[in-house]
Design a protein around this ligand. Structure first.
Ligand code: GLN
Length: 485
């Protein structure tokens, strides 16, 4: 059951071989046993989950089920869920019970999925290791000395350790793909604007995008079918005809032109990651794909550009946390200004404060032109590089991360090293392109390696097809971490 795909679970439920209540209880007891060490969940609420499970059982009995009805899903704690503590990994929201549902939550609720709990994450999604969470680091189930990646580290850990069949994540510069890679699971960040950001706590609004995390590409496709869709509550939500992402999964990939950016295969990638990626590309060659070298000359600027733009937007978005309206409030204050200052000094962690300072600086009079405007121009050039590359190829492949998971604590004192974890993922984020990571073997210390697939705008179906074909001839996505309980 723990390794079953969404299709298998759906069949078991519709044939009444198992009830949602049984399925949900099985995952809840696994969470109870393993979460105290792994720390993948911030909040679990058995009663709420079981209530939803019994409602799902009724939907199934009444013949009103969808392909996802009754299946549990772990929700990243960045998504507001009505009646659930929604912390975004921060002390600032450590007492915030959301009065409303994010559109993503609402869509899964309507499909009859069961919310298994809220997963741990870097504070306000700022991080690449889950170590900035107010709720402590998450462990990588493949090696508990290692980080799971971030910021959706709790979701990645939960799926990898089989604490949940599937999960949600959000990706601003790599937060779905990087933890998926480090935990040996699959994850996709759709084209910017496809998944509603309403109720997804804002970090950098021009980059933030929700997406699914799961064992396989097929599961991702089924989740995307529910997650994607226009939402009038989100001003950047795109209005497009509904697509069935699972429809073309089996299409043969022979003749596919895979672009390999020479900048991604240059120095920076560790040799263990490089050999796993080479082996994955060899599988694609066997499947009939062809390779073409492409160039993304401005990709070396992606990390600096991202770390100007994302903090700029964050400094503005996070101004709402002032202690006056909701969330954490300092105990004692003498004036309104004192309330703001103390609340923010006490409520935010170090990384969030660093971003607010950088963001405020690059937006301030006198520096705006030199940093923010310049970064916006470079963002355009990065997108332009991709446009040219896609004239020569159907999609782009490379490593998701330069190294396998590093140890907990290893990069905490070196923000620049930490930021470089996003070197490959942030390019697609800045261009608004869809990106995904699928498991492609193991590197040093037997830690997972992810293959990064970047598609052209709205090519999610093609990317999922290409990933699925690889998963038909390899079994990396089916392997489970050693259960050293
Ligand atoms: N690691 C990147 C950061 O710290 C990306 C995070 C994300 O995608 N939310 O900002």
């Amino acid at each position: 059951m723990l390794n079953a795909s969404l299709r298998q679970l759906s069949l078991l439920l519709s044939e009444k071989k198992i009830s949602s209540t049984e399925l949900t209880s099985e995952f809840l007891s696994r969470i109870k046993a393993l979460n105290p060490d792994l720390n993948a969940f911030i909040t679990i609420d058995e009663e709420k989950s079981l209530d939803q499970a019994s409602a799902a059982d009724q939907m199934i009995a009444a013949g009103r089920s969808t392909p996802l009805t009754g299946i549990p899903i772990a929700q990243k704690d960045i998504f507001c869920a009505r009646g659930w503590l929604t912390t975004c990994g921060s002390k600032m929201l450590s007492n915030f019970v959301s009065p409303y549902d994010a559109t993503v939550i609402e869509r899964f609720d309507q499909a009859g999925m069961v919310n298994l709990g809220k997963t741990n994450m870097d504070e306000f999604a700022m991080g690449s290791s889950n170590e900035t969470s107010y709720y402590g680091p998450v462990k990588n189930p493949w090696d508990r000395l290692a980080v799971p990646g971030g910021s959706s580290g709790g979701s990645a850990c939960a799926v990898a350790a089989r604490l949940a069949p599937v999960a949600t994540g959000s990706d601003t510069g790599g937060s779905i793909r990087q933890p998926a890679a480090l935990c040996g699971i699959s994850g996709i960040k759709p084209t910017y604007g496809l998944v509603s950001r309403y109720g997804m706590i804002a970090f950098a609004s021009s980059l933030d995008q929700g997406g699914p995390m799961a064992k396989s590409a097929e599961d991702l496709a089924l989740l995307l079918n529910t997650m994607v869709g226009f939402d009038e509550h989100d001003s950047t939500s795109l209005q497009r005809a509904k697509e069935n992402y699972a429809q073309d999964l089996e299409k043969p990939v022979n003749g596919l032109r895979i672009g390999l950016p020479k900048e991604f295969f240059a120095e920076g990638m560790s040799s263990d990651v490089s050999s796993a990626i080479e082996a994955a590309l060899a599988e694609y060659r066997k499947l009939g794909a062809t390779f073409v070298e492409v160039s993304l000359p401005n990709s070396k600027l992606a990390v600096p550009v991202y770390y100007v733009l994302a903090p700029a937007e964050a400094s503005s978005n996070l101004s709402r946390f002032d202690g006056a309206r909701y969330g954490y409030r300092t105990a004692q204050y003498s004036s309104l200004e004192d309330l703001y200052t103390k609340t923010r000094a006490e409520g935010f962690g170090e990384e969030v404060k660093r971003r607010i300072l950088i963001g405020t600086y690059v937006l301030s009079h006198g520096y705006y032109d030199a940093y923010y405007l310049q970064a916006q121009k470079l963002r355009r050039l990065i997108a332009e590089d991709f446009r040219k590359a896609f004239e020569q190829c159907d999609l782009i492949m490379g490593p998701t991360t330069p190294t396998v998971a590093f140890n907990i604590g290893e990069k905490c004192d070196d923000p620049i090293q930490m930021y470089l974890s996003d070197i490959y993922t942030s390019t697609a984020s800045l261009a608004g392109l869809p990106g995904m990571s699928i498991p492609a073997g193991f590197g040093s210390k037997n830690r997972p390696v992810g293959l990064h697939i970047i598609g052209n705008y709205f090519q999610e179906a093609q990317m999922l097809n290409v990933a699925h074909c690889y998963q038909q001839v390899t079994n990396w996505h089916e392997l489970t971490p050693p259960e050293n309980l």
